[in-house]
Design a protein around this ligand. Structure first.
Ligand code: PAF
Length: 284
């Protein structure tokens, strides 16, 4: 497995991989790899001739006061996991190789970047779109794999690749959950034992919402309020609970077709996100 740390070297290697091992898959990550990431790498390995995993904690997607400095960094273990999973290459650029002095180009997807997390994390999606475009430009994949846990990110990246005619297939991959329902996230590492147990309220509220829809409830407001109550009862601070159109991310008042219910809530100091697909024909 090759480890590459500059955009120029990555591009050189990617040109060879793209030609000789097509289709080439990319799994973009910020490291601290867990089973969710492993499922993306496994899928890329299954569906592609070669898989590149990028590991880069992107400063541009953290607002001032967020957890850029403390974000878990487990580089050696991540390399080992990638090696074990058969990745052809890890691309791990340094921040000054991605954003050298004078750097001045940013990608904005203002419509899809505005609601949900966009309303609470200033500049976050501009940073995400920019770094993903740079990763795609260096790694030249035919396919890129993104988890549905970051649902807004997934929809926004698909919009960006379509709008800019990048010719990359964005492959959505299902959320991986612990046995008790908690969605895997690198930020779960911040949780104390008590917080980890309270974090179950997030997926619990989403599963309850799905049951309500299966039982015939169609009004978003009637589904959202009990979810907020459940989260607050678990001592969490709710950033948002919303039910949105899965493509436009616009609020849906009545569930007549597929919709996404999305939650962001603080458990202690840790902000966690999760979401679930709601469908009127969900079975009770
Ligand atoms: O989902 C993530 O880990 C990051 O937002 C991504 C896509 C790697 C961009 O930094």
């Amino acid at each position: 497995m090759k480890v590459v740390d500059t955009p120029q070297d990555m591009r050189e290697l990617a040109e060879v991989l793209r030609r000789d091992e097509a289709p080439l898959g990319l799994v973009p990550t910020m490291g601290a790899l867990h089973e969710g990431h492993r499922s993306l790498i496994a899928r890329a390995r299954e569906e592609c001739g070669a898989a590149v995993v990028s590991i880069f904690v992107n400063p541009a997607q953290f607002a001032a006061g967020e957890d850029y400095d403390t974000y878990p960094r487990t580089f050696e273990a991540d390399l080992e996991a990638c090696r074990e999973m058969g990745a052809a290459c890890v691309y791990a650029p340094r921040a000054n190789a991605m954003y050298p002095g004078g750097y001045d180009t940013w990608v904005d997807v203002p419509g899809l970047g505005a609601p949900l997390c966009g309303a609470h994390r200033s500049g976050h999606f501009r940073g995400v779109a920019t770094v993903v475009l740079k990763l795609l430009a260096a790694c030249l994949p035919h396919r890129a794999y993104f988890g549905e846990k970051d649902y807004q990110q997934l929809v926004l990246i698909r919009r960006m690749t379509d709008d800019l005619d990048l010719g990359v297939e964005i492959v959505p991959c299902p959320i991986v959950r612990e046995d008790d329902g908690v969605a895997l996230s690198s930020r779960n590492a911040y949780l104390s034992a008590d917080e980890r147990s309270r974090a179950r309220a997030i997926s619990g509220a989403l599963f309850d919402a799905k049951r309500m829809v299966a039982a015939g409830e169609r009004f978003s407001a009637a589904i959202i309020q009990p979810c907020v109550d459940e989260l607050e009862k678990a001592g969490s601070r709710v950033d948002y609970v919303e039910i949105v159109d899965p493509a436009t991310l616009e609020r849906v008042e009545t569930i007549n077709g597929a919709a996404r219910m999305a939650v962001a809530a603080y458990i202690g100091e840790t902000r966690l996100i999760d979401n679930i697909l709601l469908e009127p024909d969900d079975e009770a």
